[in-house]
Design a protein around this ligand. Sequence first.
Ligand code: COA
Length: 374
Amino acid sequence: MKFAQIVGWGMHVPDKVIGNDAFVQMGLDTSHEWIASRTGIHERRFVENGQPVSDLAVKAAQQALQVADAHPSDIDLVILATCTPDQVMPSSASFVQHRLGATKAGAFDLNAACAGFVYALSTAAAQIESGRAETVMVIGADELSTHLNWQDRTTCVLFGDGAGAVLLRASDEPGIMASTTGSDGSGAGLLEIRGGGTLANSNGHASNGNAFLTMKGPQIFRWATQKLGEAATKVIEESDLTVDQVDLFVPHQANLRIIDAAARRLGLPEEKVFSNVDTYGNTSAASIPIALCEAISQDRVHVGDNMILTSFGSGLSWAALVIRWGTPIPSSVPRWTPIRLSLETRVAAVRSAFKKSQRAVRATIGERLNKDGD
Ligand code: COA
């Protein structure tokens, strides 16, 4: 039996830091005290100058390749979990695949909103376990700041932008041990962005505020505290573990009160729960891989540890999985690895420019031939 093992990891967040006071300065009727005490959030990052989500994703993925000392051409599949793609089509994963120079890889976006990264990990693990893929890049990246209504204090203070990635490789040792995914579309209206889809477009309502995220926060809060615990319990039981054997719980970073309530329900002590919602807010599909990277850099992940990842979000959707950590944490990256990766990225850029000009030449020749034929 093959297992999917995380062998590389990386994260990227925009430089622009927005503290809670920035919302007060914008004229919003809120305060640092309210936001910090009701959510645990102190600051978040927002993209600037139209930086696309694929750009954040590429940077996180490059770091994951670096940690794993892997080549972009090793990747069989790129799965990008996002609900804020660069454009409706093609998938943002295609841009990422191309920019990484992952010439052998298939690529697709997966939209399960904030639950997307754990959904994507579960999907990638199934590909590896079935033998269809050996190496899969799984990325969670979102820019919900591009959908926030700056007049709505109940939503705009909660979210941030960012990306996180892991490289999965087939291994004889576990690995991802169990996973669950769930959906309850009856709650679709509780958290949504209505614009950008066929419904809004065919109704002629593509604009007019439909691009804004709307949410019924208290209902989501009640549902999430229950669902996080339920999903975690399910995968713990499926892996034949007990709660005592869980070394680290990495939940979706939406609200510290949700995380604390879920941990209490599970009976997990504070030291086994990871949270960084104070620094990044809710980065949607990026929240778990970013938390994972920070847990690793804070020496909270060790070989043999049992980790639970749980996520929830719009859909309503949720997912959870158990990982037995199997990769030693490298103390440093070999000196030549960043140089090699930077060269590979440049080669990918030159290859891209070459392919584009080849296509342009072919199109021009085709047009000429058609004209001559007329
Ligand atoms: N600043 C100041 N006051 C605020 C505020 C803000 N940013 N946002 C809401 N309020 C006000 C409300 O208007 C309300 O005022 P009212 O009593 O005069 O009507 C009051 O605070 C209480 O609002 P309520 O919504 O009941 O607060 P809450 O304790 O439930 O906290 C959330 C609101 C949004 C923080 C909380 O419900 C939550 O985190 N929900 C889950 C959201 C989530 O995780 N979404 C992402 C899922 S992936």
